[in-house]
Ligand binder design. Sequence first.
Ligand code: DUC
Ligand code: ZN
Ligand code: ZN
Ligand code: ZN
Length: 473
Amino acid sequence: MIERMSALETISILAERNAEGAYITPGGIDSHVHLAQANSPTGDGWETGSRSAVAGGTTTVIAFASQKRSDPSLYPVLEEYHGLSRNLSFCDYGFHFILTNPTPEILREELPVLAAKEGITSVKLYMTYEPMQLSDRELLSIMLACRSLGMTTMIHAENSDMIALIIEGLEAHGNTAPYFHAIARPRIAEDEASYRAISLAELVDAPILIVHMSSETAMGHVRNAQTRLLPVHAETCPQYLFLLSEHLKPHSHDDFEGAKHVCSPPLRHDVKDLEALWQGIANGTFTVFSSDHAPSKYDHSGGKKLGLVDGVARFAKIPNGLPGIETRMALLFNQTEACQPPDKARLGLPKFVQLTATNAAKLYGLGGRKGSIAPGYDADLVIWHPAGKGEVNISQGMLHHGVDYTPFEGMHVRNWPRYTILRGELVWNKDQGGVVGKMGYGQYLRRGKGEVIMGKIGGVPRGMQEHERQYWL
Ligand code: DUC
Ligand code: ZN
Ligand code: ZN
Ligand code: ZN
């Protein structure tokens, strides 16, 4: 095995042998994936999910260890999720906690220990979904605790009551087909919650990251906050850049097939929505580009068809989330100048690297080790095909995940990772052998404190002057 400190050495060896004329980028870091999670019953486990990751050029994933409301402590939760992943991963990995019951003991006593000893330095919080959602007061308490520990607070921002009201009305009118999922969760629900999340974070001067953003207005709230130097980060995902709500409509032979495109926030209606998000990619509003790989099988009695109740489609019962861990890197690389003529390219290669690897490493406490090609870093690399080679029509048959469809079926990309290298070891060889890494080679990563990438703590708040905080904080 090639040791750490040898990324550059690795490149020179590969450049001589196999990589002539090809781009080499850092191994992808997918900082938002759901694997073997209790609340996605037929989703990928670690074996299939991490195998799929390396086949798509991702060498590190950060998945979720999800607290149930009834869990009074996070230690058993972590043990459970270690148990589900230990010796099963093809890629390196860490965990974020999903907090649903933020007791004072957890915030004051457990989080500091888990950050220092277990290297879990980020949490995800939900503003929607009854079993998981938190009140504004709870969000504030968690943000404060995380701020003092140098942890990153990720937020799923949608207004729960707006959505509940619309679902009630849709169901009363018998409008329960998959398409109505996109009606039930309008952009304003995301806009309002994103603005509120930013306001809460501003009050307590805490860094946040709003996950899986899909709305131009919500993105504008983030952009404004960043302009005021607030430490507000944003994430978007392939589905919000490439897919529209028309996919939720009935397909030729299967009225329920729209269920394959049910995610939250939902796919938006208009190509203008996609264009707006591409602007956010180009102008730096988005800090990370992750898959939000949240897979459920379509054709499985316990999976997507959960939304078919006695033969009647009920969108509100369809598990939310799409698979995408393997397609993420190639879909974005295909939009760079490496694959498109200059007037068609959506982003440059440096931005591709920041969005798929470097920024996630910094934000989530893996800086100095992951996310860049430099001395002292792990030799985690993707070697692409030379220009003009390696094109692929994405199809379910070529993928390595555990689910039975891809929402990106039929999309054409001009390049695909030819080799994936994790800590100096070849783990994916597209030409010969496919996934050649060993299950269990992936290591658990104890992460350090996250860096603030956008804005700064102690910036210029609008809602509360710095001197006012001294009386209560
Ligand atoms: N949020 C996620 O992060 N993933 C899937 C569904 C959801 O609501
Ligand atoms: Zn979410
Ligand atoms: Zn479709
Ligand atoms: Zn998610």
